[in-house]
Ligand binder design. Sequence first.
Ligand code: ADP
Length: 450
Amino acid sequence: MGWLIYRIAAAVLAMLAGGWVGAVVGRSTDAPIMSVLVGGAVGIAALVTWDGLRGQALMEWLRGAQDADAPRSAGFWGELAYRAERSVRLLERSVAQEQTRLSQFLSAIEASPNGVLLLDAGDHIEWCNSVAADHFGLDPLRDRRQRVTNLVRAPAFVSHLQSGQWGEAVVVPAPRGKGLLSVLIRAYGDEQKLVLSLDVTEREQSDAMKRDFVANVSHEIRTPLTVLAGYIETMSQVPLTEVERRRALGLMGQQAARMQTLVNDLLTLATLEGSPRPSPDRWVSVARLFAQAEADATALSQGRHRISFTGDDAAQLAGSESELASAIANLVNNAVRYTQVDGQVDVTWGLLPDGGGEISVSDTGIGIAREHLPRLAERFYRVDGSRSRDTGGTGLGLSIVKHVVQRHGGELDIQSEPGKGSNFRLLFPAARVRYLEPAPDPRHPTIAAS
Ligand code: ADP
């Protein structure tokens, strides 16, 4: 209210001053009263004009960007300018603070390992982080304001978004066949939607592998079990001659042994997967490993193959003796099983140019077609299922071999040609190879068949 009194007082003063000037000027005229009135009116007009100019200056500042200071003056207009400027500066400061908070918030969402997509009521993209952009094949800037279903066309995603039933996450194929995404939608605000995405390709693959594994194990066990159950039923219902009884027991024994081998291989795999890497400073003699494998191979072949082992008494490998023995046994066992009578099986030790070592098992057997090679070490993968089973195979041997060599920091190399033979090499890094006497000159590994 104070400013109003000052304004009225200023107007009265301007009017009195104008009136006084009018009275002085009009003293010598015929109309002194008129002169006083005109003087008063001129005084008020001068005050209004001066006010107008100061108001105009403030108005121009308010209409502009308000970067410069507000026009400074005393009195009513000065205070008005000061208060207007203070409000503007407070507003600017709080907008800046909000913007900082918003960008911090968006940076936090940007750092999320999940994809985050914000959609408006019409399913237009309001914002997305780079993970969501990668998952859905979007461009965070270019695709803003675009309807998401025009860009992400996977039917499973579109129908889930349009269903409005968003209780659970759904798994949808990622665009451009880049795996699988788990998508969770939540409503917020004014019919807006928050879409969270997670790459579940590996998880789904591992689930599928587990399902396959259980199905394979069940399948492998079912056949011998069916045979056993059949014989048990026959023997309990039909009186058998001594010869028949012996034959039945022999076949039952074979099936039981098959299941035992399978269970042993499964346990070996489980142990390999669940135990720490073999120690790098426990040394195993290659010659000893070869001696053990040679005895097994000779027993398996029973003189039907020519088998040669060329080790090196001074060579040693760092790792687990039982695992290495099992890997070599599996390879030698395969070489004998997949090589015809009178075929050749050679097992050699060699030093690689980089100081690593290799155990090579080559045969002149049936060989393997090129397309099977990449999958050979998968669990239960067989080129010829019936030959594998007839010779007592479980389909897990090479899987065990690959695990063992990888746990020793090495790799399994397979070269083969149908009808000519195969060469399986276990390649070990230099850190796991040592010689008790000066090492021989490294030779380049030989390949029996390629
Ligand atoms: P299996 O118990 O069936 O032998 P493996 O995992 O040891 O299982 O081998 C997988 C498949 O690789 C075999 O079924 C066989 O078809 C093929 N294979 C392995 N070793 C040889 C080899 N030396 N010669 C030919 N084929 C082989």
